[in-house]
Unconditional design. Structure first.
Length: 145
């Protein structure tokens, strides 16, 4: 039976040339573990006669991963960010999101770290750190957990 819990979700990422084997990410933020943005799927035009036409367009997919500052996975993201700065280049990522409670898996294809904070916001408690990735494609498939 499906539930709506995100507590059993699993995210694995790999970065070609840096972390070649998939790494399971741990220590997400409480309310925003990871989230995606809406992706345009078609472009439309209305003719002068009122007939709507459409065409498929390709758009990048964005996901923001929110990591607690005390997460054991923070080192992975910080190593990625600082190594990209040092080598003045980027590392291609791939990954999989497993959502057993709803029986779905999402495959993340050809992504890149496109935005990151250099340190957590300092408040009474340190705020989660957002890492934004832009992906070429994200596919979905049912899983049988």
């Amino acid at each position: 039976m499906s539930t709506l819990t995100g507590a059993n979700s699993v995210l694995t990422l790999s970065f070609a040339g840096l972390y070649d084997a998939p790494v399971t990410i741990q220590g997400y933020a409480l309310d925003d573990a990871f989230k995606s943005e809406s992706v345009p799927q078609a472009e439309t035009r209305m003719g002068v006669d009122g007939r709507l036409s459409a065409g498929k367009i390709f758009s990048p997919y964005k996901i923001t991963i929110m990591i607690q500052p005390d997460s054991p996975s923070l080192a992975i993201f910080e190593t990625l960010r600082t190594t990209q700065d040092a080598v003045v280049d980027v590392f291609e990522a791939s990954g999989v999101i497993f959502l057993p409670s709803i029986g779905m898996q999402y495959t993340l294809i050809r992504g890149f770290l496109t935005s990151a904070h250099p340190f957590p916001d300092v408040k009474k408690l340190f705020e989660p750190m957002p890492y934004e990735f832009t992906w070429n494609l994200i596919t979905s498939a049912p899983i049988g957990f």
